[in-house]
Design a protein around this ligand. Structure first.
Ligand SMILES: *[C@@H]1O[C@H](CO)[C@@H](O)[C@H](O)[C@H]1NC(C)=O
Ligand SMILES: *[C@@H]1O[C@H](CO)[C@@H](O)[C@H](O)[C@H]1NC(C)=O
Ligand SMILES: *[C@@H]1O[C@H](CO)[C@@H](O)[C@H](O)[C@H]1NC(C)=O
Length: 188
């Protein structure tokens, strides 16, 4: 076999292997996403019809180029089977200061089920397991449609949101003009 032919076959096989790792996530909305180093993580959200909240977790390595019609998504949903992993959409998501985990907080779900610890949970991208950060003092009431931003030292700021049927409250809408500062161990 000539060298150019050999290289072409190697390239073709590499392309097939690269494509084979990707899969196409189902269409959904109100999920949250965060970038940790060179990987995007997308967690939670809902399928539109019938409205069903899902615990899906997908990652996409952006350190390598990919074909735009077939990004190399990796399905990590197998890690979310634990019942303590929050069933949430319209939640907040941010990275930990050590760059190895992400946190999620708040959100609602199609079952109208209140979440443990207002939906506060941590996923370690290295060990690939979920934990509930230990009990929090001054935990704010669970809410959905929130925004969060964070500092490199691991403090997250959460703004506003709404309490409604989907956050496990009676069907009364209540908006929160409040501003929370959240570190790993306390809300203030
Ligand atoms: C992300 O980068 C930081 C800083 O280099 C490193 O400490 C951390 O372990 C990295 N995270 C992962 C998941 O590789
Ligand atoms: C998390 O991962 C570590 C390392 O793989 C393992 O020792 C530990 O048991 C895991 N924890 C849970 C709650 O699964
Ligand atoms: C689910 O996660 C919780 C919190 O980390 C842990 O205590 C529990 O052992 C886990 N359960 C299973 C079945 O993995």
């Amino acid at each position: 076999m000539s060298k150019p032919t050999f290289l072409a076959i190697v390239t073709l096989l590499a392309t097939i292997a690269h494509r084979a790792t990707g899969f196409i996530p189902a269409s959904q909305y109100n999920q949250a996403a965060v970038l940790i180093n060179d990987t995007i993580y997308v967690f939670g959200g809902s399928i539109i019809r019938p409205y069903t909240t899902v615990k899906s977790l997908y990652s996409l390595d952006i350190s390598q180029p990919w074909i735009s019609t077939n990004p190399s998504w990796v399905d990590l949903t197998i890690t979310t089977g634990n019942s303590t992993v929050p069933l949430s959409d319209s939640h907040a998501m941010w990275p930990s200061a050590d760059g190895e985990s992400f946190y999620v907080w708040g959100g609602g779900n199609s079952r109208g089920q209140p979440l443990l610890q207002s939906g506060f949970a941590q996923y370690n991208t290295v060990t690939r397991n979920w934990t509930l950060p230990s009990a929090i003092i001054n935990m704010p009431q669970q809410r959905d449609y929130i925004s969060a931003s964070w500092t490199s030292s691991g403090v997250a700021y959460i703004w506003a949101g709404e309490g409604d049927y989907y956050t496990g409250r009676p069907a009364v809408y209540q908006t929160f003009p409040t501003f929370y500062r959240l570190s790993k161990i306390s809300f203030s």
